[in-house]
Ligand binder design. Structure first.
Ligand SMILES: NC(=O)c1ccc[n+]([C@@H]2O[C@H](COP(=O)([O-])OP(=O)(O)OC[C@H]3O[C@@H](n4cnc5c(N)ncnc54)[C@H](O)[C@@H]3O)[C@@H](O)[C@H]2O)c1
Length: 365
Protein backbone atom coordinates (compact mmCIF):
# COMPACT_ATOMS: atom_id res chain seq x y z
CA UNK A 1 0.00 0.00 0.00
CA UNK A 2 1.12 3.56 -0.74
CA UNK A 3 0.10 6.54 1.35
CA UNK A 4 -1.08 9.31 -0.95
CA UNK A 5 -1.84 13.00 -0.40
CA UNK A 6 -3.81 15.40 -2.61
CA UNK A 7 -2.60 18.99 -2.94
CA UNK A 8 -5.23 21.30 -4.44
CA UNK A 9 -8.94 20.57 -3.98
CA UNK A 10 -10.71 22.54 -6.72
CA UNK A 11 -12.66 21.69 -9.87
CA UNK A 12 -10.58 18.73 -11.13
CA UNK A 13 -9.82 17.21 -7.72
CA UNK A 14 -12.87 14.89 -7.84
CA UNK A 15 -11.08 12.93 -10.58
CA UNK A 16 -8.13 12.44 -8.20
CA UNK A 17 -10.45 11.18 -5.44
CA UNK A 18 -12.01 8.85 -8.03
CA UNK A 19 -8.47 7.68 -8.93
CA UNK A 20 -7.70 6.91 -5.26
CA UNK A 21 -10.97 5.03 -4.83
CA UNK A 22 -10.51 3.04 -8.02
CA UNK A 23 -6.97 2.07 -6.92
CA UNK A 24 -7.91 1.41 -3.30
CA UNK A 25 -6.02 -1.89 -3.28
CA UNK A 26 -2.78 0.10 -3.58
CA UNK A 27 -3.54 3.67 -2.53
CA UNK A 28 -4.47 4.90 0.92
CA UNK A 29 -5.48 8.58 1.09
CA UNK A 30 -3.93 10.06 4.25
CA UNK A 31 -3.98 13.83 3.65
CA UNK A 32 -5.64 16.56 1.61
CA UNK A 33 -4.29 20.12 1.38
CA UNK A 34 -5.87 23.37 0.31
CA UNK A 35 -5.58 26.88 1.76
CA UNK A 36 -9.37 26.96 1.45
CA UNK A 37 -10.05 24.49 4.24
CA UNK A 38 -13.68 23.87 3.28
CA UNK A 39 -12.62 22.51 -0.11
CA UNK A 40 -10.20 20.09 1.51
CA UNK A 41 -12.91 18.95 3.94
CA UNK A 42 -15.28 18.32 1.04
CA UNK A 43 -12.69 15.98 -0.51
CA UNK A 44 -12.47 14.04 2.76
CA UNK A 45 -16.26 13.63 2.69
CA UNK A 46 -16.16 12.48 -0.94
CA UNK A 47 -13.56 9.85 -0.07
CA UNK A 48 -15.34 8.78 3.09
CA UNK A 49 -18.52 8.07 1.13
CA UNK A 50 -16.61 5.01 -0.05
CA UNK A 51 -14.38 4.46 2.99
CA UNK A 52 -16.25 5.81 6.05
CA UNK A 53 -13.49 4.84 8.50
CA UNK A 54 -10.61 6.40 6.57
CA UNK A 55 -8.47 8.76 8.63
CA UNK A 56 -7.62 11.63 6.30
CA UNK A 57 -5.87 14.70 7.72
CA UNK A 58 -6.68 18.19 6.42
CA UNK A 59 -3.91 20.76 5.92
CA UNK A 60 -4.08 24.36 4.77
CA UNK A 61 -0.33 24.34 4.07
CA UNK A 62 1.19 21.47 2.11
CA UNK A 63 4.63 22.11 3.63
CA UNK A 64 3.18 21.42 7.06
CA UNK A 65 1.73 18.18 5.67
CA UNK A 66 5.17 17.17 4.34
CA UNK A 67 6.73 17.94 7.73
CA UNK A 68 4.14 15.93 9.69
CA UNK A 69 3.60 12.91 7.45
CA UNK A 70 5.64 12.11 4.42
CA UNK A 71 3.31 10.43 1.93
CA UNK A 72 4.77 8.01 -0.62
CA UNK A 73 2.91 9.75 -3.44
CA UNK A 74 1.40 13.21 -3.84
CA UNK A 75 -0.97 14.30 -6.58
CA UNK A 76 -0.96 18.00 -7.43
CA UNK A 77 -4.06 19.79 -8.70
CA UNK A 78 -3.42 23.44 -7.91
CA UNK A 79 -3.25 26.37 -10.29
CA UNK A 80 -0.78 25.52 -13.08
CA UNK A 81 1.58 28.35 -12.10
CA UNK A 82 2.17 26.62 -8.74
CA UNK A 83 2.97 23.14 -10.09
CA UNK A 84 6.70 23.81 -10.40
CA UNK A 85 7.36 24.90 -6.84
CA UNK A 86 5.11 22.30 -5.23
CA UNK A 87 6.43 19.44 -7.39
CA UNK A 88 10.06 20.26 -6.66
CA UNK A 89 9.40 20.60 -2.92
CA UNK A 90 7.57 17.26 -2.78
CA UNK A 91 10.19 15.43 -4.87
CA UNK A 92 12.92 16.79 -2.63
CA UNK A 93 10.94 15.62 0.40
CA UNK A 94 11.10 12.11 -1.08
CA UNK A 95 7.59 11.75 -2.56
CA UNK A 96 6.69 10.41 -6.00
CA UNK A 97 4.60 13.03 -7.84
CA UNK A 98 1.64 12.96 -10.20
CA UNK A 99 1.19 16.52 -11.43
CA UNK A 100 -1.77 17.97 -13.30
CA UNK A 101 -1.21 19.35 -16.77
CA UNK A 102 0.47 21.53 -17.83
CA UNK A 103 3.40 20.45 -15.66
CA UNK A 104 4.85 23.99 -15.69
CA UNK A 105 4.63 27.27 -17.59
CA UNK A 106 8.21 27.39 -18.85
CA UNK A 107 10.59 24.87 -20.38
CA UNK A 108 13.23 25.79 -17.79
CA UNK A 109 10.91 24.86 -14.92
CA UNK A 110 9.85 21.61 -16.61
CA UNK A 111 13.50 20.66 -17.10
CA UNK A 112 14.22 21.34 -13.44
CA UNK A 113 11.28 19.17 -12.32
CA UNK A 114 12.56 16.30 -14.47
CA UNK A 115 16.10 16.74 -13.14
CA UNK A 116 14.98 16.84 -9.49
CA UNK A 117 12.90 13.67 -9.94
CA UNK A 118 15.90 11.93 -11.46
CA UNK A 119 18.31 13.14 -8.78
CA UNK A 120 16.01 11.98 -5.98
CA UNK A 121 15.13 8.73 -7.78
CA UNK A 122 11.42 9.55 -7.61
CA UNK A 123 8.79 9.05 -10.31
CA UNK A 124 7.13 12.04 -11.95
CA UNK A 125 4.03 11.81 -14.15
CA UNK A 126 1.84 14.41 -15.86
CA UNK A 127 -1.96 14.03 -16.07
CA UNK A 128 -2.50 13.54 -19.78
CA UNK A 129 -5.16 10.99 -19.01
CA UNK A 130 -6.62 10.93 -22.53
CA UNK A 131 -3.66 8.82 -23.64
CA UNK A 132 -5.45 6.01 -21.82
CA UNK A 133 -8.78 6.41 -23.66
CA UNK A 134 -9.61 3.04 -25.23
CA UNK A 135 -9.70 4.29 -28.88
CA UNK A 136 -6.44 6.19 -28.36
CA UNK A 137 -4.75 3.06 -26.98
CA UNK A 138 -6.08 1.13 -29.98
CA UNK A 139 -4.62 3.74 -32.35
CA UNK A 140 -1.30 3.59 -30.52
CA UNK A 141 -1.20 -0.22 -30.86
CA UNK A 142 -1.85 0.06 -34.62
CA UNK A 143 0.90 2.67 -34.88
CA UNK A 144 3.40 0.54 -32.98
CA UNK A 145 2.57 -2.43 -35.22
CA UNK A 146 3.57 -0.26 -38.20
CA UNK A 147 0.12 -0.44 -39.79
CA UNK A 148 0.09 3.19 -40.99
CA UNK A 149 3.31 2.88 -42.98
CA UNK A 150 4.76 6.38 -43.12
CA UNK A 151 2.74 8.93 -41.16
CA UNK A 152 1.98 11.85 -43.46
CA UNK A 153 -0.19 14.26 -41.54
CA UNK A 154 -2.32 14.54 -38.45
CA UNK A 155 -4.77 17.06 -37.06
CA UNK A 156 -6.32 17.85 -33.72
CA UNK A 157 -9.40 20.01 -33.30
CA UNK A 158 -10.48 21.13 -29.85
CA UNK A 159 -13.77 22.95 -30.24
CA UNK A 160 -14.89 23.68 -26.77
CA UNK A 161 -16.66 26.35 -24.79
CA UNK A 162 -15.28 27.97 -21.66
CA UNK A 163 -17.66 30.79 -20.85
CA UNK A 164 -17.33 33.88 -18.67
CA UNK A 165 -18.68 32.02 -15.64
CA UNK A 166 -15.84 29.49 -15.94
CA UNK A 167 -13.21 32.24 -15.92
CA UNK A 168 -15.01 34.18 -13.14
CA UNK A 169 -15.02 31.05 -10.94
CA UNK A 170 -11.21 31.15 -10.56
CA UNK A 171 -9.41 34.40 -11.44
CA UNK A 172 -6.09 32.63 -12.16
CA UNK A 173 -7.53 31.07 -15.29
CA UNK A 174 -6.42 32.71 -18.52
CA UNK A 175 -3.62 34.69 -16.83
CA UNK A 176 -0.06 34.48 -18.16
CA UNK A 177 1.31 34.09 -14.65
CA UNK A 178 -0.76 31.11 -13.50
CA UNK A 179 -2.28 29.47 -16.58
CA UNK A 180 -1.83 30.63 -20.19
CA UNK A 181 -4.75 30.53 -22.60
CA UNK A 182 -6.94 27.81 -24.02
CA UNK A 183 -4.03 26.11 -25.83
CA UNK A 184 -2.16 25.67 -22.55
CA UNK A 185 -5.17 24.75 -20.43
CA UNK A 186 -7.78 22.88 -22.47
CA UNK A 187 -6.03 22.07 -25.78
CA UNK A 188 -2.85 20.74 -24.20
CA UNK A 189 -4.44 17.26 -24.03
CA UNK A 190 -5.14 17.14 -27.76
CA UNK A 191 -1.76 18.63 -28.61
CA UNK A 192 -0.13 15.98 -26.44
CA UNK A 193 -2.00 13.21 -28.29
CA UNK A 194 -1.13 14.61 -31.71
CA UNK A 195 2.58 14.86 -30.96
CA UNK A 196 2.64 11.50 -29.13
CA UNK A 197 1.24 9.69 -32.15
CA UNK A 198 3.28 11.68 -34.69
CA UNK A 199 6.55 10.65 -33.00
CA UNK A 200 7.29 13.10 -30.14
CA UNK A 201 9.78 14.98 -32.30
CA UNK A 202 8.36 18.36 -33.31
CA UNK A 203 11.01 20.64 -34.76
CA UNK A 204 9.16 23.83 -35.78
CA UNK A 205 5.78 25.54 -35.45
CA UNK A 206 4.06 28.43 -37.14
CA UNK A 207 1.02 29.85 -35.43
CA UNK A 208 -1.71 32.43 -35.11
CA UNK A 209 -3.38 32.93 -31.75
CA UNK A 210 -6.14 35.36 -30.78
CA UNK A 211 -8.02 36.61 -27.79
CA UNK A 212 -11.33 36.91 -29.58
CA UNK A 213 -13.97 37.24 -26.90
CA UNK A 214 -13.14 35.92 -23.43
CA UNK A 215 -12.32 38.30 -20.57
CA UNK A 216 -8.79 36.93 -20.06
CA UNK A 217 -5.19 37.99 -20.62
CA UNK A 218 -4.23 35.02 -22.81
CA UNK A 219 -5.56 33.46 -26.03
CA UNK A 220 -9.00 31.89 -26.44
CA UNK A 221 -8.16 30.62 -29.96
CA UNK A 222 -5.09 29.20 -31.63
CA UNK A 223 -4.18 27.66 -34.99
CA UNK A 224 -0.80 26.14 -35.69
CA UNK A 225 1.14 24.05 -38.15
CA UNK A 226 3.71 21.74 -36.58
CA UNK A 227 6.58 20.24 -38.54
CA UNK A 228 7.96 16.93 -37.26
CA UNK A 229 11.50 15.64 -37.66
CA UNK A 230 10.40 12.93 -40.10
CA UNK A 231 8.75 15.53 -42.38
CA UNK A 232 5.19 14.77 -41.24
CA UNK A 233 2.92 17.76 -40.63
CA UNK A 234 0.54 18.35 -37.72
CA UNK A 235 -2.32 20.83 -37.72
CA UNK A 236 -3.80 22.24 -34.51
CA UNK A 237 -7.11 24.08 -34.17
CA UNK A 238 -8.09 24.96 -30.60
CA UNK A 239 -10.73 27.26 -29.21
CA UNK A 240 -12.72 28.01 -26.08
CA UNK A 241 -15.25 30.10 -28.04
CA UNK A 242 -17.59 27.53 -29.59
CA UNK A 243 -21.23 28.61 -29.41
CA UNK A 244 -23.11 27.56 -27.33
CA UNK A 245 -21.38 24.54 -25.65
CA UNK A 246 -18.54 22.03 -26.13
CA UNK A 247 -18.75 20.53 -29.63
CA UNK A 248 -15.92 18.02 -30.12
CA UNK A 249 -12.31 17.10 -29.66
CA UNK A 250 -11.11 15.14 -32.66
CA UNK A 251 -7.78 13.58 -33.52
CA UNK A 252 -7.15 12.51 -37.13
CA UNK A 253 -4.08 10.56 -38.20
CA UNK A 254 -3.27 9.82 -41.84
CA UNK A 255 -0.53 7.49 -43.05
CA UNK A 256 0.38 5.83 -46.35
CA UNK A 257 -1.61 2.72 -45.43
CA UNK A 258 -4.02 3.81 -42.73
CA UNK A 259 -6.52 6.51 -41.70
CA UNK A 260 -7.93 6.88 -38.19
CA UNK A 261 -10.24 9.55 -36.79
CA UNK A 262 -11.19 9.62 -33.12
CA UNK A 263 -13.87 12.14 -32.23
CA UNK A 264 -16.64 12.54 -29.69
CA UNK A 265 -16.68 15.16 -26.97
CA UNK A 266 -13.13 14.38 -25.87
CA UNK A 267 -11.34 11.95 -28.23
CA UNK A 268 -13.39 9.02 -27.01
CA UNK A 269 -15.20 7.74 -30.11
CA UNK A 270 -13.73 5.96 -33.15
CA UNK A 271 -15.17 7.56 -36.29
CA UNK A 272 -12.84 6.23 -38.99
CA UNK A 273 -10.71 3.05 -38.93
CA UNK A 274 -9.28 2.09 -42.31
CA UNK A 275 -6.12 0.08 -42.87
CA UNK A 276 -4.66 -1.61 -45.94
CA UNK A 277 -4.26 -4.81 -43.90
CA UNK A 278 -7.73 -4.65 -42.25
CA UNK A 279 -8.98 -7.85 -43.92
CA UNK A 280 -5.99 -9.93 -42.83
CA UNK A 281 -6.00 -8.45 -39.30
CA UNK A 282 -9.78 -8.83 -39.12
CA UNK A 283 -10.61 -5.29 -38.06
CA UNK A 284 -12.43 -3.77 -41.01
CA UNK A 285 -14.22 -0.52 -40.21
CA UNK A 286 -17.71 -2.07 -40.20
CA UNK A 287 -16.60 -4.42 -37.41
CA UNK A 288 -14.82 -1.77 -35.38
CA UNK A 289 -17.05 1.29 -35.26
CA UNK A 290 -19.55 1.21 -32.42
CA UNK A 291 -22.48 3.58 -32.92
CA UNK A 292 -23.53 3.10 -29.28
CA UNK A 293 -20.25 4.35 -27.83
CA UNK A 294 -21.09 6.94 -25.17
CA UNK A 295 -19.37 10.25 -24.45
CA UNK A 296 -17.86 10.41 -20.96
CA UNK A 297 -19.94 12.30 -18.36
CA UNK A 298 -17.43 15.20 -18.46
CA UNK A 299 -14.72 16.29 -20.89
CA UNK A 300 -12.20 15.08 -18.31
CA UNK A 301 -12.80 11.59 -19.70
CA UNK A 302 -12.29 8.27 -17.96
CA UNK A 303 -8.52 8.24 -17.58
CA UNK A 304 -7.24 9.52 -14.21
CA UNK A 305 -7.77 6.14 -12.52
CA UNK A 306 -5.89 4.31 -15.28
CA UNK A 307 -3.09 6.86 -15.22
CA UNK A 308 -2.76 6.40 -11.44
CA UNK A 309 -2.68 2.63 -11.96
CA UNK A 310 0.11 2.97 -14.53
CA UNK A 311 1.98 5.23 -12.10
CA UNK A 312 1.81 2.68 -9.27
CA UNK A 313 3.03 0.02 -11.67
CA UNK A 314 5.91 2.27 -12.75
CA UNK A 315 7.05 2.51 -9.12
CA UNK A 316 6.72 -1.24 -8.58
CA UNK A 317 8.53 -2.22 -11.74
CA UNK A 318 10.94 0.73 -11.65
CA UNK A 319 10.16 1.97 -15.13
CA UNK A 320 9.07 5.37 -16.41
CA UNK A 321 5.32 6.08 -16.20
CA UNK A 322 3.56 6.26 -19.60
CA UNK A 323 3.30 10.04 -19.28
CA UNK A 324 6.67 10.73 -17.67
CA UNK A 325 7.96 14.24 -17.00
CA UNK A 326 10.06 14.05 -20.17
CA UNK A 327 7.08 12.95 -22.27
CA UNK A 328 4.71 15.41 -20.56
CA UNK A 329 7.08 18.28 -21.40
CA UNK A 330 6.67 17.79 -25.16
CA UNK A 331 3.21 19.36 -25.45
CA UNK A 332 4.28 22.22 -23.18
CA UNK A 333 7.21 22.95 -25.45
CA UNK A 334 5.03 22.95 -28.58
CA UNK A 335 2.55 25.35 -26.97
CA UNK A 336 5.34 27.66 -25.84
CA UNK A 337 6.74 27.58 -29.40
CA UNK A 338 3.24 28.51 -30.65
CA UNK A 339 3.28 31.47 -28.25
CA UNK A 340 6.73 32.48 -29.42
CA UNK A 341 5.62 32.28 -33.05
CA UNK A 342 2.64 34.55 -32.30
CA UNK A 343 4.90 37.01 -30.51
CA UNK A 344 7.60 37.17 -33.19
CA UNK A 345 5.40 36.68 -36.26
CA UNK A 346 7.85 34.00 -37.41
CA UNK A 347 8.13 30.19 -37.20
CA UNK A 348 9.60 29.05 -33.89
CA UNK A 349 12.03 26.14 -33.69
CA UNK A 350 12.24 23.48 -30.98
CA UNK A 351 13.84 23.02 -28.47
CA UNK A 352 12.21 26.27 -27.40
CA UNK A 353 13.25 28.01 -24.21
CA UNK A 354 10.15 30.18 -23.66
CA UNK A 355 7.65 30.93 -20.93
CA UNK A 356 4.08 32.21 -20.67
CA UNK A 357 5.41 35.26 -18.81
CA UNK A 358 7.07 36.43 -22.02
CA UNK A 359 3.56 36.85 -23.51
CA UNK A 360 2.41 39.46 -20.98
CA UNK A 361 0.59 42.33 -22.70
CA UNK A 362 0.55 40.63 -26.13
CA UNK A 363 -3.15 41.21 -26.75
CA UNK A 364 -3.34 44.56 -24.96
CA UNK A 365 -2.10 46.68 -27.86
N1 LIG B 1 -6.43 16.68 -16.41
C1 LIG B 1 -7.49 17.41 -16.70
O1 LIG B 1 -8.34 17.03 -17.51
C2 LIG B 1 -7.69 18.72 -16.02
C3 LIG B 1 -8.95 19.33 -16.03
C4 LIG B 1 -9.10 20.54 -15.36
C5 LIG B 1 -8.02 21.14 -14.75
N2 LIG B 1 -6.80 20.55 -14.81
C6 LIG B 1 -5.62 21.20 -14.19
O2 LIG B 1 -5.73 21.05 -12.79
C7 LIG B 1 -5.23 22.20 -12.13
C8 LIG B 1 -6.32 22.77 -11.24
O3 LIG B 1 -7.40 23.20 -12.02
P1 LIG B 1 -8.83 23.47 -11.36
O4 LIG B 1 -9.72 23.90 -12.46
O5 LIG B 1 -9.20 22.31 -10.51
O6 LIG B 1 -8.48 24.74 -10.44
P2 LIG B 1 -9.27 25.30 -9.19
O7 LIG B 1 -8.96 26.75 -9.11
O8 LIG B 1 -10.68 24.88 -9.27
O9 LIG B 1 -8.56 24.54 -7.99
C9 LIG B 1 -7.24 24.78 -7.57
C10 LIG B 1 -7.20 24.57 -6.07
O10 LIG B 1 -5.85 24.58 -5.61
C11 LIG B 1 -5.84 25.23 -4.34
N3 LIG B 1 -4.48 25.68 -4.02
C12 LIG B 1 -3.84 26.81 -4.40
N4 LIG B 1 -2.60 26.87 -3.84
C13 LIG B 1 -2.46 25.76 -3.10
C14 LIG B 1 -1.42 25.26 -2.27
N5 LIG B 1 -0.26 25.92 -2.12
N6 LIG B 1 -1.61 24.08 -1.64
C15 LIG B 1 -2.78 23.41 -1.79
N7 LIG B 1 -3.80 23.83 -2.55
C16 LIG B 1 -3.65 25.00 -3.20
C17 LIG B 1 -6.83 26.37 -4.54
O11 LIG B 1 -7.25 26.91 -3.29
C18 LIG B 1 -7.93 25.64 -5.28
O12 LIG B 1 -8.88 25.06 -4.41
C19 LIG B 1 -4.76 23.15 -13.23
O13 LIG B 1 -3.39 22.99 -13.42
C20 LIG B 1 -5.52 22.69 -14.44
O14 LIG B 1 -4.85 22.97 -15.66
C21 LIG B 1 -6.62 19.36 -15.41
Amino acid sequence: MYNVALIGCGRISFKHIEGFVDNAGKLNLTAVCDPVKKRAEEKVSEYQKKFPDAAVAVYEDYREMLAKQKPDIVTIATESGKHFEITVTCLEAGCHVICEKPMALSVKDADKMIAVAKKNKRKLAVCFQNRFNAPVQKLRTALEAGRFGRILHGMVQIRWNRNEAYYAEAPWRGTWEQDGGTLMNQCTHGIDLLQWIMGENAVRVQAQTRRFMRPIEAEDFGAAIVEFKNGAVGIIEGTADIFPTNLNETLSIFGEKGSVVIGGLAVNKLETWRFADANSVGDTEDKILNPNEKDPPTVYGFGHSVLFKDFINSIESDREPLVSGESGKKALEIILAIYKSQKTGKPAGLPCDFSTLKMKGIFDK
